[in-house]
Design a protein around this ligand. Sequence first.
Ligand code: AR6
Length: 180
Amino acid sequence: MHSRIAVIQGDITTQAVDVIVNAANPSLMGGGGVDGAIHRAAGPALLEACKVVRQQMGECSPGHAVITLAGELLAKAVIHTVGPVWHGGEHNEARILEDAYLNSLKLVEANGYRSVAFPAISTGVYGYPKAAAAEIAVKTVSEYLTRHPSFGQVYFVCYDNENASLYQRLLTQQGDEPGA
Ligand code: AR6
């Protein structure tokens, strides 16, 4: 396993990391799933911060990411990214999902933070098949960390058993490869 990647099974809102990534929607105005959980745990300051971003930058397109304060969370900031809605796999879904991870990682670094927790973006309401999404998440993050030696720690926070075992398996396989 990449020494700077860890899998945690649990609730992302309770993680004590620099940055928590939210699987948002383009409106940035909250929603269900992990988005709803993050807004509830962060309190009203998070929605107010999202409204300011909306006024300044408009909607957040799929694959893009924006950063806000973290309200009452233990984290110092929240990155809101929008994953792809699954439409069968031939609508650029893989590329958009990769971009969601990449643009989030870039924002972590650009803001001087070192540790980040990701949920399994797009694998809930947006319907992305979990195994395929986990492969993209692990590959994209691993390659980024290899290219950015000063980046700190990345946590994949899996809410459900299926995602937790998929991520564990992928990272263990990766650790078995020569040169990993
Ligand atoms: N901590 C970690 N992961 C969680 C948590 C939690 N507290 N709660 C759910 N998950 P989803 P999407 C997992 O649906 O598919 C929202 O309404 C969940 O098990 O939250 O990207 C937004 O506003 C799943 O594996 O996000 C958008 O409209 C993963 O988080 C839309 O849903 C992502 O599920 C985005 O859909």
